[in-house]
Ligand binder design. Structure first.
Ligand code: UDP
Length: 240
């Protein structure tokens, strides 16, 4: 089944793609490359909402594994996503793309709070809206934040840009026989526990009929290709 006509997308980038070739943190030159991809997509007439993870800086699970209180560690992870959002805002604005950051954890001096109607207005005015701090609660991830914002902003698709070029039947880094799906149903993803996004995010997309497009953001020009239906990708949607 092809994708429906797309006017508004939510692009989710995992924090790790902001590292470039580093092991940790933010590589400004790589963020600038990502911003060029977003700009090119926007110039095709799309309305773009962005959600960026925080795994390049801090993940709550990692903190909890080292003895921290899980909720406390998750709040640190959410703050990491705000740093990434600001880095991306800066890169986009250097390219002349007007951008607003809305955070699910209020921090008035730094960015706006999440206000759906205000976000709508930003999109109408041609601004990219970056939603930071996930859903604003611990025990969630930015994948769930992305699915939530995609639903409330009525996005036509959730694009997950990551380091892998789609969804495989097993880990392609470990098994050379691993096969990539062109399309796969939400139920198979959930039943087989395929590594796409966490289950709550997949379920939210399923319940709201939002297709998930998984693709590699590391290849130049790939976002635009995927939006034209030409790139290498996996589409997760209801099976025909
Ligand atoms: N996080 C959270 N609630 C949210 C979103 C994020 O607690 O709604 C925390 C959680 O600790 C997570 C971290 O922020 O590990 C960074 O987000 P995520 O792991 O989703 O980033 P990504 O893997 O996409 O880089």
């Amino acid at each position: 089944m092809p994708l429906p006509k797309i006017k508004r997308v939510l692009l989710k980038l995992s924090g790790e793609v902001l590292m470039g070739d580093q092991q940790f943190g933010i590589d400004p030159s790589f963020v600038s490359e990502l911003a060029k991809e977003v700009k090119a997509a926007k110039e095709t007439g799309l309305e773009i909402c962005l959600v960026i993870g925080g795994g390049n800086i801090f993940r709550g699970m990692a903190g909890a594994a080292q003895g921290m209180d899980r909720a406390q560690a998750d709040y640190m992870g959410m703050l990491a996503t705000v740093m990434n959002a600001l880095a991306m805002q800066s890169a986009l604005e250097q390219l002349g793309v007007p951008t607003r950051v809305q955070s699910a954890i209020q921090m008035d001096q730094v960015c706006e709070p999440v206000i759906r109607r205000r976000a709508e207005r930003h999109l109408e005015k041609g601004r990219v809206v970056i939603f930071a701090a996930g859903v604003g609660a611990p025990y969630f991830t930015t994948d769930s934040g992305a699915a939530l914002r995609a639903a409330e902003m009525r996005c036509d698709a959730l694009l997950k840009g990551t380091s892998v070029d789609g969804v495989y039947n097993c880990d392609p880094k470990k098994d050379p026989e691993a096969k990539r799906f062109e399309t796969v149903g939400y139920s198979k993803v959930l039943a087989d526990n395929l590594k796409v996004m966490d289950a709550s995010a997949v379920a939210l997309c399923r319940d709201n009929g939002i297709p998930i497009v998984v693709f590699s953001i590391r290849e130049k020009g790939n976002l635009a290709r995927v939006l034209q239906g030409k790139g290498v990708q996996t589409i997760v949607q209801e099976e025909a």
